[in-house]
Design a protein around this ligand. Structure first.
Ligand SMILES: Cc1ncc(COP(=O)(O)O)c(C=O)c1O
Length: 437
């Protein structure tokens, strides 16, 4: 389905056609698998964000920072499961933790010791989390946090931001919201202090909560300014609304997440992804006074059920992940490695005068095409995506890179060399593209 607008420069269109044809030729087995899947899943897809035109790759295995696809190609995995795969693939530590939990019985039909340990580890690291509860996904964590805020404040309005992504039912990008949970959303521009102030001035007494990513992940790795996040902290505190930081992605920015790095402490925090040690996971936590509303000993307790909330396999994997991988030292080193990669990419684009930019923070970043025409920008990104895949480097078709701990200097140098070769080879194509101002 054509999603792009505008008239492509003919050199860009031709280059894209050629690289796309080579992609089709190289990936016949992935195409055949999609055809097979399409008989039993709509469009062969069960996770919308994985779709990419003309068809996504099917992978058969991963080890460390390497992936192998169905056609036998090997890739350096620079996507790291959209940030969830921070450990790299086939970690023996995680495998042993899950195996030991599995050998000990599945889920045990009651409270278990794993959940206590994981809750202790997580509340100890996030400044905002006095108490927490587990669930099964980041989406669910955000849905629960918003519900809790609405009940606790007896207010209805939920403030979110353009291009925000808090899960499949809380999506505020361009092409999204039909399946969203039916809250009274106020959708504000991101990183716009004046817009937030104006809304609070007009409707502050009706606002239950503000749900915000300190850096928008799926929205293109846009980093919220300190001033913006601090203003949200002040506005919510003054008006009695609940500030919710969605740190499902940004929790990797340091041991206590981005909140600790910034020194801005929300009322509630949601996390997910890597804290499940590679298994499905979500968690919301925050101020004691708020979270205590979920205490089942209270006559007015808010119910929050879920068969797999405390499943022993995820809890055990989460403990191993927190203890062995998500340590302050490793997360700080990963942050620095990401910062270094992003500035080297920026320098490469600037040196070559290539029509690309890169945004992000720490180990999460997004490459963007930078043409005057939106359609050309999308084509430029697609060109880079195919060209780098051809050279053995895999990142998301939307330009997302999320480094895992398994990606080393060799892979980063290799990626930058491959990018430089692609940029050099495409210089004539780029010179035909109308640049953004
Ligand atoms: C910031 C953010 N919040 C929430 C979610 C939803 O998490 P899940 O996919 O586990 O439901 C995601 C997933 O990408 C995310 O990036």
């Amino acid at each position: 389905m054509a999603m792009q607008s505008g008239v492509a420069s003919s050199a860009l269109a031709t280059a894209l056609e050629e690289v796309e044809q080579r992609y089709r030729d190289r990936n016949a087995e992935s195409w055949a698998l999609l055809e097979r899947a399409s008989a039993v899943m709509p469009g062969g897809n069960t996770r919308s964000s994985l779709w990419s035109d003309p068809f996504p790759l099917y992978f058969v295995s991963g080890e460390g920072c390497r992936l192998k696809d169905a056609d036998g190609h090997s890739y350096v995995d620079l996507l790291g499961e959209f940030t969830a795969g921070i450990f790299g693939h086939s970690s023996a530590v995680l495998k042993d933790a899950v195996s030991a939990a599995h050998a000990n019985g599945i889920n045990l039909s009651s409270h278990n010791t794993y959940e206590v340990r994981l809750a202790e580890l997580l509340t100890a690291r996030f400044p905002s989390m006095d108490l927490l509860r587990f669930c099964n996904s980041g989406t669910e964590a955000n849905l629960m946090a918003v519900a809790l805020a609405k009940i606790a404040t007896s207010r209805e309005r939920v403030v979110v931001f353009e291009k925000g992504y808090h899960g499949g039912l809380l999506t505020f990008g361009a092409a999204s919201a039909k399946v969203n949970a039916p809250h009274k959303f106020e959708i504000l521009p991101y990183d716009d202090v004046d817009a937030a102030r104006a809304l609070f001035a007009a409707k502050g007494a009706e606002i239950a909560c503000v749900l915000v990513e300190p850096m928008q992940g799926a929205g293109g790795c846009r980093v919220g300014s300190r001033a913006f996040l601090a203003a949200l902290r002040d506005l919510t505190a003054e008006s009695g609304a609940v500030l919710i930081f969605d740190e499902v992605q940004t929790a990797r920015m340091g041991e206590g997440g981005l909140q600790k790095r910034l020194g801005i402490i929300p009322d509630l925090t949601t996390i997910g992804k890597f804290f499940g040690g590679g298994l499905g996971f979500g968690c919301f936590g925050g101020r004691r006074g708020l979270m205590e509303r979920l205490d089942p000993r209270r006559p007015d307790a808010i119910s929050h059920a879920g068969t797999f909330n405390n499943n022993t396999l995820t809890m055990a994997a989460g403990i191993a992940a927190a203890e062995h991988y998500l340590t302050a030292e490793k997360l700080d080193a990963l942050f620095d490695r990401g910062e270094a990669l992003r500035s080297r990419l920026e320098a490469l684009f600037a040196d070559r005068k290539a029509p690309y930019t890169v945004t992000g923070l720490g180990s999460i970043m997004n490459i963007h095409g930078a043409a005057a025409d939106h359609g050309d920008s999308a084509r430029l990104l697609k060109l880079a995506h195919f060209a780098l895949a051809e050279r053995g480097y895999y990142f998301a078709s939307r330009g997302l890179i999320a480094l895992s701990l398994a990606v080393g200097d060799t892979e980063i140098d290799g990626f930058l060399n491959a990018m430089a070769a692609f940029l050099d080879e495409s210089a004539a194509v780029f010179s035909s593209v109308d640049r953004s101002a």
